[in-house]
Design a protein around this ligand. Sequence first.
Ligand code: TRP
Length: 388
Amino acid sequence: MDFQGRRERQLVKYLRRMLALKARSVECILKSGYENIKSGGTADEQICPEVGRLLDGFFFNKGGKGMKKILTLIMIACMMVGILTGCQGKNDVPKVSVAQIVEHKSLNEIRDSFHEEMKALGYKDGENIQLEFKDAGNQRNTLNSILSTFAGNQSDVIVAIATPTAIAAANYSEDIPIVFSAVSDPIQSGLIDDLQHPNKNITGTSDEIQVDKILSLALEMDPNMKKLGFIYNSGEANSVSNLEKAKVFCKEHNLTLIEASGTNISEMQSAFSVLLNKCDAIFAPNDNTVASSISALVELANKKKVPVYAGADSMVSDGCFATVGINYTELGKETARMVNQILKGKDVSEIPVKVFKDDLNIYVNEDTLQAIGRTIPKQLKEQVVMMK
Ligand code: TRP
C-alpha cells in the first residue's frame, strides 16, 4: 500500500504519532467520530479534530479506493491502540503544553492573554482540555528537559513562548504541532523557511522588532547622538537578528555601534556598565535575558542619565526610556486562536505565521524622562503614550 494523497499522509502521520506515544485511545476517538457520522451528524471535532475531519472527507466526498486504504489503516490502528491503551475517559481530553524560557513582564503578558483567550474560546482546563505550563528560569538544560517531557506526555500541541523555547521545541515537531509565540525572527532563527507556508509542523506569532523606527526615535529625541550601545545575550537568536538590523541602521546614519553581551544578570550588569561609560544611548532589543534583568540595568542607566531604548512596552513600563512597539496581549490571543484551529483539525501548513508589526505606539516612561532630565520634542508630544 502506498499513501500518496495529502489527506492520507496526514492520517498516517497522525496515527503514527498516536501509536508512537501510546497516546489517547485512537479506538475511542474513531468510534465516536464514526458513530456520529452514521447517525447523520459530522465527526465530533472536539473529540478528535484531525481524524473527524478526515473521516468526514472520506465518507462524504471521496470514497472509493482512498477510503478502502484509510479504513484498513484505521482498523489496524484500532486493534493496536485498543490493545495498548483502551478507552480511558479523561485521557481523551486534548493536551496543550505551554513552555516559557523565563519570567518577565512581556512573556507573562503573552502567557496570561493566551490562557484568557483559550477560556474565551470555550476551553475549560480539566474539563475539555488539559493545559500544562512550565517556565525554564532561563536555564537551557531545564528548557530542553521541559520540552522532552511535553513531547513524551502525549501533548497534542506544544506552545513555545519566545525564540529559545521555540528552538528547543522544534526538535519534536515531527510528531507534535508547535505553535510559537513572540518569535522575533522565525526565519533567521531557523524555525521556518516560508512564513506564508509552514512546512515543518511549526507556525505561530512573530513580534518583528521595528529597529529602524526605534532608532529613528532615538535620533529624534537626541539629534546629537553619536555612540549607541547594544546590550544582549549572544546566545539568543532573536537578539542576534536585531543586532544585524541595528548595525545597518548605524552605518546608514553614521553612528558608532558598541555591543556588549552577557548570559545572566551579573554578566549583564558588568557588560552594561561598560556601555554606560562609552555611549550616548543604549538599545536593549527584545532579549529575554536583558528583559529579566532590566530593573537593575535601568537603575544604573538613570544614575548616569543615559537613555535606554527598548523593543517592547513592557520594558518601558519597567523603566526603560522609550520604544516603538506592538500590543503583546493581542499577540498572546492570536497564539491561542492558532492552537484552537489546530485542535479543530486544521493542518499547521494551512496556518501562516502572523507577524505583528503594525498598530505601533510610541511609549515613554515618565519617571525616567524626569530622572535623566530629558524633554519630548514638540513634534512627538501628540503621539506618545506615557507610562509610569
Ligand atoms: N521576541 C522575543 C523572542 O523572540 C520574546 C519577547 C517578547 C521579548 N516580548 C519581549 C523579549 C520583551 C524581551 C522583552 O524571544
